[in-house]
Design a protein around this ligand. Structure first.
Ligand code: ATP
Length: 246
């Protein structure tokens, strides 16, 4: 079943076109990935889906989530419906503790007077024992990998149905990348659907169910992730020997 359906999405910034008619879908409980090089439009896609385009951004095309049109739905209202973005810049509150950053992730639920608004805290701590150990530490003093975990954990506090991850492996050492991808698989097992945008095609194709290749604003290939991982053009362009260390 399609949770998110994007049809012929065009996005531009002023007169510059960044996305030329992207069509894709994310099924309930599945991981879809969008791989592609720098500047292909991956962040643009996620920001448009989150309702978070900058002031000069504009879009047309259809975006439906759980069979409802997201057009003109503001960013906060999208989060309330279950669409959550973990942006590339992890945007944490550096001087606040790990735990307080996590609790901010449930602030919307608190405002909505949900009685158990912080009920995901033990779930997040179980997924990320390292955040539990460091719950009193200032977020600004965390390592890069721990910050990514905190950004993921904070999004999970809102109990999303669809988690959109913008390059979660960016700037992280290989071992930590491995750990983050293991966590992404665990997240899927909790039932949340994931739209994962990555330059690390090898790792993304390993965890995803379905994959799209985005190049200069266009989806040029798509298919089951395992199938794309065998495709000669994908192998040559994105999985070549030089990339095995990523
Ligand atoms: P990366 O992996 O480097 O983050 P990306 O695939 O996420 O790349 P985008 O950040 O979506 O690519 O950028 C797509 C295109 O849109 C690029 O040409 C970029 O320069 C342009 N662009 C992005 N944001 C803006 C903006 N606010 N104003 C004008 N152009 C922008």
């Amino acid at each position: 079943m399609a949770l998110l359906e994007v049809t012929d999405l065009h996005v531009g910034y002023g007169k510059v076109d960044a996305l030329h008619g992207a069509t894709l879908q994310v099924d309930a409980g599945q991981i879809a990935t969008v791989i592609g090089p720098n500047g292909a439009g991956k962040s643009t896609l996620l920001n448009a889906l989150a309702g978070a385009l900058p002031g000069n951004g504009h879009q047309r095309g259809a975006v439906r989530f759980m069979d409802q049109d997201l057009h003109k739905v503001a960013i906060e209202a999208r989060v309330a419906r279950g669409v959550s973005l973990v942006p590339e810049k992890r945007e944490l509150f550096a001087s606040m503790s790990v735990e307080d950053n996590l609790l901010l992730g449930s602030y919307r639920r608190y405002q909505a007077r949900e009685r158990n608004h912080a009920d995901q805290l033990p779930v997040v701590f179980a997924l990320f024992p390292r955040l539990h150990e460091r719950r009193r530490q200032q977020a600004g003093t965390l390592s890069g990998g721990e910050r990514q975990m905190l950004a993921l954990g904070r999004a999970l506090m809102g109990k999303p149905q669809l988690l959109m991850l913008d390059e979660p492996s960016l700037g992280l050492a290989p071992l930590i990348v491995k750990e983050i991808f293991q966590i992404i698989v665990q997240l899927k097992q909790t039932g949340v659907a994931i739209l994962l945008v990555e330059q690390n095609a090898r790792a993304a194709l390993q965890v995803a169910d379905h994959a799209y290749v985005l190049e200069t604003g266009e989806i040029v290939m798509q298919g089951p992730a395992a199938q794309l991982a065998q495709d000669p053009r994908v192998v040559e362009t994105y999985l070549g020997l030089a990339r095995t260390q990523r």
